[in-house]
Design a protein around this ligand. Structure first.
Ligand SMILES: [Mg+2]
Length: 295
């Protein structure tokens, strides 16, 4: 029988993750499952907790929180034998959606106990691992704005508000983009690099991305008139933004970005800074529990 460690971020989703724990506990207790719960105490604590859980021999380590909590747990588990799992518990749950985890806690518990796994590609940039989607440019500036808080807005509306506010003042950065066989020199609005399809709470910026094809999907979105951008932007939710002329879609095993100035990169809830960003990919580098929710 598998053993489970839940790593719960009590502030994720404004307390949503913490509030769902009694139900999860009850479900696992009734199932007679072997489990333990740890509540995180602050930023980066989930990395430590996940690595400790792996050392203690827990088979499955479950991040209960949003994409930020998930990314910390992932970084603590890389190189260990423990399997990664996630429960929708935050504002942004793009990875939980990407691995088909149901939103209802009971259904999520059922899928966790079923323990069906998949080996997903593992990305790395600026010494940090990621398993879904990251971005540089306008989207990172938006994420930075969201992180500072855009009250009274939360969730997707916070991203949308921050997007329009950032769009008006955003200054594009000169970049050299090296995709191996393709080299671009331009000043794009944004560059998204991903294993999964969406970020920012359902923005499908890489709608054709496949999690285990050994390749990154890349969207290079060229500079364009801001009014036109504001008009086209909502198409990102249906995955149709890639169809407009300014969006260049690529696939590559490795990506190198050379930026004219130090800029933010948003990586699953984390904001990192750099002017040289080298993305590498380890095919099937992380074993993850997959749910049964239709997408
Ligand atoms: Mg891929």
């Amino acid at each position: 029988m598998e053993s489970y460690k839940f790593i719960v971020n009590p502030v994720a989703g404004g307390g949503k993750a913490k509030a769902m724990m009694p139900k999860i506990k009850e479900y696992f207790r009734n199932a007679g499952a072997d489990f333990d719960i740890y509540q995180t105490r602050g930023p980066c604590d989930a990395i430590e907790a996940a690595s400790r859980s792996a050392e203690e021999g827990f088979d499955i380590v479950v991040a209960v929180g949003g994409d930020g909590t998930l990314n910390e747990v992932l970084n603590g588990l890389v190189g260990t034998k423990s399997v990664l799992a996630v429960i929708h518990g935050g504002k942004g749950n793009d990875f939980a959606t990407a691995v088909h985890m149901p939103r209802e806690p009971e259904k999520a518990c059922r899928d966790l106990l079923r323990a069906e796994t998949k080996d997903i590609d593992l990305g790395k940039v600026l010494d940090r691992y990621f398993i879904n989607t990251v971005g540089v440019g306008l989207d990172a500036a938006v994420a930075l704005r969201v992180n500072r808080g855009v009250r009274p807005f939360t969730g997707v509306s916070a991203y949308i508000y921050a997007f329009f506010e950032t769009l008006l003042s955003y200054k594009v950065i000169d970049m050299e983009i090296d995709l191996g066989n393709i080299k671009l020199k331009m000043s794009p609005f944004l560059v998204a690099v991903g294993i999964g399809q969406a970020y920012g709470g359902g923005m499908k910026v890489l709608p054709d991305a496949i999690q285990d094809d050994g390749l990154f999907d890349i969207c290079v979105f060229n500079n364009m008139n801001r009014l036109a951008m504001a008009y086209h932007f909502p198409k990102v939710f249906s995955g149709k933004l890639k169809d407009i002329e300014q969006a260049g879609m690529y696939r590559a095993r490795e990506v190198k970005l050379k930026l004219s100035e130090v800029s933010p990169l948003h990586l699953e809830g984390e904001i990192l800074f750099g002017d040289r960003m080298h993305f590498t990919l380890e095919p099937g580098g992380m074993t993850v529990i997959c749910g049964s929710a239709p997408n």
